[in-house]
Design a binder for this molecule. Structure first.
Ligand SMILES: NC(=O)c1ccc[n+]([C@@H]2O[C@H](COP(=O)([O-])OP(=O)(O)OC[C@H]3O[C@@H](n4cnc5c(N)ncnc54)[C@H](OP(=O)(O)O)[C@@H]3O)[C@@H](O)[C@H]2O)c1
Length: 529
């Protein structure tokens, strides 16, 4: 029992690993300094069957603390007792306890200590208590990271069963979306001030939000996954890219705790890394894909299908890709250029436009125009693919020409959902797939039905069903027609195909399409007469 004048520290953490693995790592104290920055020295001086004498030197907030302790390994009781036999503190003892937990092992550390320096005792006790709490928390975090690294290292050495499933890293698209999600979680949610909520959300770490269990492929195979929320909205990116980048990295590390095989970077989570010239994949052990190749595949399939439905010969049409120099945009451009009569690509950066135009010109497909003028580029287009990473809408619905097919891939949308009276265009959300298994997300993730998924979400599911835990889509500008075809075929095998057409949550069914056709026909007749 602790003395009444001893200070107590109690901390615990669930580590996502089996108990024996955690205990084995903890007893290898001599390895601690190699992966725990605050542990400067940890050596075993003496060892017998269930006893050890170990020597320690830690440095927390620049304060060095040293001691030698006696450890009793009471493994039948899932406990390791320790007691300092000499060192900087007058008294320092406690125990580590290990208990099974549904997600792994709960490790609890109880420490009793006394600094024992007269005169400054009141200050020293509280101060050292804080430092040692920090020290033990850092040790638990480092143990967890170490176990994760060991798991992914053995996967990389060929033990494929070490990891499994997929993780989807997502974010909300604006502040209103954030509030709407809170209201879905609790209809009685009383909105605090925007400043307070915005600040709180900004400092909230990314977290696992939803388990997706038993996702079934058309082949009968199934896989588990989860949705991890990176706690930012695209508006925040301009202000503090590095914080957002850290949130995305943390989100991937959460997936690693669960031994996920592959994560996909939804929406802006891939864009932020690219903007600061970093690769998320370099920061984490888990395989990372942006999901942009399958998004490009579904975008292309969508516009091809839309042309067929409107009985339009795609080979005679002019297409514009807004954000054509982007990752999805350029992937689409490399395929569309061989299908249409004229292709216009837009972007903000002239150098990017020049490079892509030169590359596309070599393919001998359509004639190519590159411009920074979005409005001019869409006004004359029969097909518009909009894949700009803009934080709010950039295209106006009145700009499109009658009969145009418009596929908005942006998240947030490049074209606002504001109601329109236009019946002479076919406008739909693109890059979406019809999923073989519906996913009932508990919040509105911007999808029109449970069996519709973003292309990027789908890509990670497809790759995990294939056990292809690899950085399939990465960086910007690497999407080739061959990769698009490869992932399209894999998607088809597992039952993913281009989604039904929706604009917002409105289904564009055969009747709507007939009306568009009729309107196009009337316009043509008006022009002739
Ligand atoms: N539907 C889906 O399943 C799905 C999946 C993944 C991503 N997305 C969304 O798709 C969009 C594109 O993603 P990405 O990874 O291809 O992005 P990206 O590589 O960053 O490319 C974005 C493109 O948009 C251009 N751009 C950015 N802001 C613009 C603005 N205000 N006006 C005009 N052009 C602008 C960029 O021009 P510069 O080259 O000059 O920068 C670039 O051409 C994003 O909104 C993303 O969230 C959708």
């Amino acid at each position: 029992m602790p003395d009444s004048d001893l200070i107590e520290i109690k901390i615990s953490k669930v580590i996502h690993a089996q108990r024996w693995r955690v205990i084995r790592l903890i007893t290898r104290v001599q390895e601690f300094p190699t992966y725990m920055p605050n542990v400067k020295e940890a050596s075993i001086i003496q060892k017998s069957r269930n006893k050890m004498i170990t020597k320690w030197k830690v440095r927390v907030d620049e304060v060095p603390i040293s001691w030698t302790e006696e450890d009793l390994l009471a493994l039948r009781q899932d406990t390791i007792y320790f007691k300092a036999i000499e060192g900087d503190l007058e008294e320092f003892r406690g125990e580590w306890r290990f208990a099974d937990h549904p997600e792994g092992t709960e490790v609890s550390i109880n420490v009793y200590l006394k600094v024992g320096i007269p005169g400054i005792q009141d200050f020293a006790d509280v101060y050292i208590q804080k430092l040692l709490t920090k020290n033990f928390e850092a040790i638990l975090d480092a143990l967890e990271r170490r176990l994760i690294s060991i798991r992914y290292a053995s996967f990389k050495r060929g033990d494929i069963e070490k990891v499994a499933g997929f993780g989807i890293i997502g974010h909300l698209y604006n502040f209103n979306h954030l509030v709407q999600c809170f209201k879905m979680l609790n209809p009685n949610f009383k909105m605090p001030s925007r400043e307070f909520l915005g600040h709180l959300f900004n400092i909230t770490p990314s977290f696992k939000f939803y388990d997706i269990l038993d996702f079934k492929s058309k082949t009968g195979d199934s896989v588990n996954g989860c949705l991890i929320l990176a706690t930012f909205i695209p508006d925040m990116i301009e202000k503090d890219m590095w914080t957002i980048f850290a949130k995305v990295v943390r989100a991937c590390k959460i997936a690693e705790k669960y031994g996920v095989g592959i994560v996909t970077l939804g929406g802006f989570t891939s864009i932020v890394a690219e903007r600061i010239g970093q690769e998320i994949a370099n920061e984490v052990d888990v395989a990372v894909t942006t999901g942009n190749t399958f998004t490009a595949a579904m975008t292309i399939d969508g516009v091809v299908q839309a042309s067929e439905l409107l009985n339009r010969d795609i080979g005679s049409l002019k297409a514009t890709i807004v954000g054509g120099t982007g990752d999805i945009g350029s992937g689409c451009a490399r395929v569309i250029v061989d299908k249409v009569r004229q292709l216009t690509i837009t972007g903000r950066t002239k150098e990017n436009l020049r490079c892509l135009r030169a590359e596309l010109a070599k393919r001998h497909g359509a004639s190519i125009i590159a411009t920074t003028d979005n409005e001019g580029a869409v006004k004359d287009a029969d097909i518009v693919i909009s894949a700009a990473s803009a934080t709010s809408s950039i295209l106006k619905i009145e700009w499109f020409k009658p009969g145009a097919i418009i596929c908005d891939v942006g998240y947030p949308k490049n074209i606002s959902y504001t109601p329109t009276t236009r019946k002479d265009i076919l406008i739909f959300s693109g890059g979406l797939a019809k999923s073989p298994t519906p996913i009932p997300f508990p919040i509105d993730v911007g999808l029109p039905s449970p069996d519709t998924l973003y292309g990027c979400f789908s890509e990670s599911i497809i790759l995990s069903l294939e056990k292809r835990y690899e950085n399939f889509s990465f960086g910007r500008g690497n999407i080739t027609p061959e990769k698009i075809e490869e992932i399209r075929q894999l998607g088809k095998k597992h039952g993913f195909e281009v989604a039904d057409f929706y604009w917002g949550d409105k289904l564009i069914d055969a009747t709507v399409i007939e009306k568009v056709k009729q309107k196009i026909h009337e316009n043509k007749t008006d022009r002739i007469s």
